[in-house]
Design a protein around this ligand. Sequence first.
Ligand SMILES: C[S@@+](CC[C@H](N)C(=O)[O-])C[C@H]1O[C@@H](n2cnc3c(N)ncnc32)[C@H](O)[C@@H]1O
Length: 218
Amino acid sequence: MLALRVEPGFTKCLAMELDSDSVSALGKRAAAFGDRALVLRGDCNLDLVGAMENHLPKTAPVFALLDPEGTELHWRTVEAVARFRRGPRKTELLILLATSFLDRMLPLNAEVEDRNVDALNRVFPTPAWQGIRERKRAHEITSEQGREAQMESYAAWLRNELGYEFVRTRPVSRSGSSASVYHLIFASDHEAGERIMDYVFRTMHPNEPNLRLPGLLD
Ligand SMILES: C[S@@+](CC[C@H](N)C(=O)[O-])C[C@H]1O[C@@H](n2cnc3c(N)ncnc32)[C@H](O)[C@@H]1O
């Protein structure tokens, strides 16, 4: 809804969500925006890039917000969304990763469950998490440093594997705590994107990252 209401406006907003009730609720709210809004039910790892191919021009600037709850967002999807755009600049990405899942999935005093290994290997392109877990087990780094190290790896993959020019990460914590729960990750090939997100990441309140743009949520 923020993307639909912001001005200057996006030409087209494509939203994809797995849960049918959420699709129907968002579809009703977005109906007033006519064919600028397209709300689709789908699995982002299977259906998103196909939907982009069908509904978005490949040569226009594209901004993708990827907002998983846990480990649903596969690296292959990030890679395919990034490469969707034709021309010198890739899709701009803003990813909100709930990095607290790393501690839950990687116990230090027990074996890591196979399903968690599989899930992490879908979210990240290399098993860097193994080395980070080992350093935590050896008390070389704290959990917070472990999450930071994982995000540094993610940023490095965006830069080196996908070739993004500007990549920024920003921890987000819960109110009353300094421990990070989420990390925002931004990637762009445009200097304006870097400038805007530098400002946002610098000035946003760490516990209240949503910019309440006046009038937008009335
Ligand atoms: C953190 S919420 C996103 C909320 C939304 N961005 C918002 O601001 O209201 C994550 C959403 O991802 C959906 N989801 C989970 N797995 C998905 C998948 N594979 N494809 C598409 N959506 C998925 C969940 O149903 C959930 O609504």
